[in-house]
Design a protein. Structure first.
Length: 311
């Protein structure tokens, strides 16, 4: 198996675990949990889980040394890539079902493509085919959302869509900038802990404000955020970082890996039906999933080439 296809499989595996975020965040929202606690607790748990792991591996010192070289960059890009990204997703889950949030989130595919010419230092750009295949995925996402979007108020729809649009740009931006800064010197787990630690000032500030005004989270929210931290924060993010590291010099490969995240929609939908007893989707929603799958296959077959910017 070549590097690109290995990265794609890792991306799909990460999407499965990422889907737990949308299901659990929706569950906590339905139970009256604060979106701020849902977001901040995930990263507190991640720090507690990853810090001793890297310490035991003997990889912590190298990470801290790398972070000390460019403290402001770590703080800024981690706050964007983790803080703004996840704050937007958890806020949106307060207003709409998790799978609809997951559907809107797939616009990160287009955001990743748009960021490529701005962040890429080489003379290669994303081809028309890559853009076309990504637009097919977005079309599928749009079809998938139509039935439920009709039943949601305009106000709630805006409150769910706008934060996710910002998150869709923030995540690939923060991730790619940190890849450029570290230049492959850190493992995926090291980079994950580094960005988690660097984003903690954001989460601590939000948690202090929320605790002062609305009180502390209950035991159930503590448990569910721990589950999010393990499945999505540690497992899924590590897999995704590993996938993007494998193809970090290949814009076609990066686009394909980021496109694998579209499968989160189907995984999140299945999770809500099974665990939250959401209604089973109708024919139009199933059509949307099929269109997303077609776009995924087109990306993964490697037909989406790159071209030189002066072609």
């Amino acid at each position: 198996m070549d590097t690109k296809h290995k990265a794609i499989l890792l991306g799909i595996a990460s999407a499965l675990f990422f889907a737990a975020t949308f299901v659990l965040n929706r569950s906590m929202s339905l139970e009256g949990g604060s979106w701020i606690w849902s977001a901040s607790l995930r990263y507190f748990w991640m720090a507690l889980l990853l810090f001793p792991l890297l310490l035991a591996r003997g990889e912590l010192r190298a990470l801290l040394r790398e972070m000390s070289k460019n403290k402001l960059a770590w703080l800024g890009w981690s706050t964007i890539g983790f803080g703004i990204f996840y704050g937007g997703l958890t806020y949106a889950s307060s207003f709409t079902p998790g799978w609809l949030v997951a559907g809107t989130w797939q616009l990160t595919i287009i955001a990743g493509l748009g960021l490529s010419p701005l962040l890429n230092r080489s003379d290669r750009s994303v081809s028309r085919n890559t853009i076309l295949f990504s637009l097919i995925i977005v079309l599928g996402v749009f079809i998938l959302q139509i039935p439920l979007a009709k039943s949601v108020s305009t106000d709630d729809l805006l409150k769910s869509v706008l934060p996710v649009l910002v998150a869709a740009v923030a995540y690939p931006l923060g991730n790619r900038k940190m890849m450029q800064i570290t230049e492959g010197r850190l493992t995926a787990t090291q980079r994950l802990l580094g960005m988690t630690l660097a984003s903690l000032p954001c989460w601590i500030a939000l948690a202090v404000v929320e605790g002062c005004y609305n009180g502390l989270p209950d035991g159930n929210q503590l448990l569910q955020t721990f589950m999010v931290a393990v499945t999505s924060g540690v497992i899924a993010t590590s897999l995704f970082f590993r996938a993007t590291d494998l193809v970090r010099e290949d814009e076609r490969g990066l686009a394909a890996v980021e496109a694998t995240q579209s499968t989160e929609v189907a995984f999140a939908l299945a999770g809500e039906v099974l665990f939250l007893h959401a209604p089973f989707p109708g024919a139009l929603s199933l059509l949307g999933i099929a269109v997303i799958s077609i776009g995924m296959v087109l990306h993964s077959t490697g037909r989406a080439g790159t071209k030189r910017s002066d072609d």
